[in-house]
Design a protein around this ligand. Structure first.
Ligand code: KG4
Ligand code: ZN
Length: 386
């Protein structure tokens, strides 16, 4: 996948006016995407050819870890201010890297939800202003849909497929039936998986963000020394729960004070093993349901979101997919974590289907992909991060 820095420069078509270009035979669409829903400020340009293939022309991501590090989590007010301060520079950089002029774009897409409302407003208002000034289409993108469709950009995989979305704010199993058509099979009833990693890291005195820190510590430890629960194992509906697991880590840790590096390593290794067992079981169940609903037409398991970077979990999911005869797809790490290429791509997919939005579209902090799904106790509480 060509990314920022290694991409071939795209040169706008030579044509006297934009109207003339639009009247010509189908050509590739160019979309600028903006991502500001949490603690990454990102802009990217992607091209979508008429046959549905995608190409990243540029992708710029600025993480705000330093701003939030001292607080052990994302502070909404700080995040929104940081987006305001750097978004215009990041957009300029993405346009420069892509070698594209604003007037050569077809649309501007921005994450309009779910997420932290202050950040969402920054991205949505900027996208609308660019669309207005340059007479471009505007697409309001659902952040979860952007994660869900990334595999179309990276591998050209088309729905239907089963999606496991595991990030700092969401943990869901969904059947992606088509662009814009999602069926939620399971969700977390309390903490998101990334959140469980982050909280576990915090209580063990590891850094922020917690996922990579827990993984690093676990690599020096061994599972089994401390026993931790495997939440939700065997439940009929493929829901998740991680709050109890995190509390169990706290109890084990409190019993071992003062914590040594070896204890932390073994606790992290057991935590990862418990997570892998629980998630593998839930995905196995979701595959059974997917097989019942779609027959053999959807034998693809796609994993997205920042936690997909975890090697232990990937190994467990590869085994589950293998057993079930499913093909496992995991986008490269820089496209699993929050980025704007996925937003631009979701925008391009919607644009290709004529599903653009008016400039009166309002950012929304809550925006479920499957509005029909039955609410689950506690689910959606953590709508801030996705
Ligand atoms: O998708 P993402 O970049 O951001 C949003 O949540 O929107 O996911 C970030 C989450 C964080 O909770 C982080 O701790 C977790 O993904 N994460 C990991 C790993 N890398 C990132 N969790 C476990 N193992 C990792 N290697
Ligand atoms: Zn996300």
């Amino acid at each position: 996948m060509p990314l920022n820095g290694s991409v071939r420069k795209w040169h706008p078509m030579e044509s006297p006016t934009k109207t003339a270009i639009k009247a010509e035979a189908p050509r590739q669409a160019l979309v600028l995407g903006l991502e500001t829903s949490c603690d990454e400020t990102a802009a990217a340009v992607v091209a979508r050819s008429p046959d549905g293939r995608g190409r990243i022309l540029s992708s710029v991501v600025r993480a705000q870890w330093e701003e939030h590090r001292g607080y052990g989590g994302v502070v909404p007010e700080i995040a929104a201010r940081a987006h305001v301060e750097c978004l215009d520079e990041i957009i300029a950089e993405a346009m420069r890297d892509a070698g594209v002029a604003f007037d050569a774009l077809d649309a501007v897409a921005a994450t309009a939800g779910p997420g932290l409302i202050g950040g969402l407003l920054v991205g949505v208002i900027s996208a609308k202003a660019i669309a207005l000034v340059h007479d471009l289409e505007f697409v309001a993108v659902n952040h979860l849909e952007a994660h869900a469709l990334t595999v179309g950009l990276t591998e050209g995989l088309r729905p239907p497929y089963l999606l496991l979305l595991i990030s700092g704010g969401h943990t869901q199993l969904l059947i992606v039936r088509d662009v814009g058509r999602y069926e939620r099979l399971g969700t977390t009833i309390d903490d998101a998986l990334g959140e469980a990693f982050d909280k576990t890291a915090k209580l063990l005195g590891l850094g922020f963000p917690g996922g990579p820190a827990v993984e690093r510590a676990a690599s020096a430890g061994r599972p089994g020394r401390f026993e931790l629960p495997r939440p939700m194992l065997g439940r009929a509906e493929p829901h998740f729960s991680f709050a109890g697991l995190k509390t169990a880590v706290r109890h084990r840790a409190q019993a071992m004070l003062p914590l040594t590096d070896a204890v932390v390593a073994d606790l992290c290794a057991e935590f990862e093993a418990a997570v892998a067992d629980s998630v593998a079981d839930r995905v196995r169940r979701a595959i059974e349901i997917t097989d019942q609903r779609l027959g053999t037409s959807a034998r693809h398991l796609v994993v997205a979101g920042g936690v997909a970077a975890n090697k232990k979990l990937r190994g467990a999911l590869a085994a589950v997919a293998d057993d079930a005869g499913y093909v496992l797809h995991v986008p490269p790490p820089q496209l699993c974590t929050d980025n704007a290429a996925m937003v631009a791509w979701a925008g391009a997919e919607r644009l290709a289907r004529g599903r653009t939005d008016g400039l009166d579209f309002e950012a929304r902090s809550r925006w479920p992909l499957d509005p029909e799904a039955t609410p689950v106790l506690g689910a959606g509480r953590h709508g801030a991060k996705a």
